[in-house]
Design a binder for this molecule. Sequence first.
Ligand code: ADP
Ligand code: ZN
Length: 350
Amino acid sequence: MQSVITTSHEVHFDAVAKEALNQSIKANTYSKIFVLVDQNTNTYCLPLFHKMFDGEVDAIITIAPGEPNKHIETCLKVWESLSDLGGDRKSLLINLGGGVVTDLGGFVACTFKRGIDFINIPTTLLAMVDASVGGKNGVDLGPLKNQIGVIRQPKMVLVLPSFLKTLPEREIISGFAEMLKHGLIVDREYWNTLRSNGVSKDVQSILKSVNIKSDIITEDPRENGVRKKLNFGHTLGHAVESFFLESNNRDTLLHGEAIAIGMILEAYLAHKLTGLSKLDLDEIKETFLRFYPKVDISTKEISKIKSLLIHDKKNSHGNINFVLLNEIGDAVVDIKVPDELIDEAFTYYK
Ligand code: ADP
Ligand code: ZN
């Protein structure tokens, strides 16, 4: 299997991954090696990690799983553990887990002793196709997603689809939403393949998604232009996700489930503003509803979701900018959207 070379770091797949990890550890003289896991990846992923890793781990640090733990309080515990365990500037942190572990672990590594090396081993489909490229590390602030963080690249990323064998189906489907997004923004053929073959976690599709993301980021590392395309579905999707995270009487949605809603809503905006055809719009809605059952959202909830939009990172000078589609496979960035169209989009979703 191959590797994807991004401008900043390499993403190694399957058999190559094991070799790359062991070689890199040998080549660097790390004083200590720590592995960060959550309670689930401790149980399900550590055994495979130990099998592939020839070196010795000094300590395993375990955090509680799930998005509600992606907070600064958890970082504090990990910083303290690293410090108590004798971590220094020459230590290495290996993050073994889903996006929560890789985002938070990356942030901890970037800030501990002003920055130590870290390696990410994503164990969810979502983290493999999304968090593996781009170097975004960070935590949530209250219910608001990824408000605190830094951009810095891991030493390397290792993608081993074998980890997905123990991942619950709902999490797999959640990760699939980001893959569908990759098709929608730049590659209609990929979108067609995914929507006709259904949920896919095979290495070829993961590689395809990693390549799409890597190409975009290579072209625009600082998110001045094309990189914004990766935010399709996320402006409204993040607001929906935050609303459900915050709400006491609604179950939380997984990230992919929230952005699936976001993509239907933003496809509607695109139909109204940037020429997405009715045919494409309906195809997008039909596809997402096939994988992500409709969620009831009341009018009162819609206004709360809209009030969360203002915190979105794509919001600058009080204007909320959207990434919209001209057609399936082609996105345009920096589109301003009138408020009432957002209500209409929710009506279309219903
Ligand atoms: P995401 O990558 O979607 O941001 P999280 O880090 O929140 O995901 O992981 C989603 C859930 O799946 C968490 O409860 C996590 O502990 C669990 N998990 C992660 N990887 C695996 C795996 N390979 N097998 C089983 N459970 C896993
Ligand atoms: Zn996302």
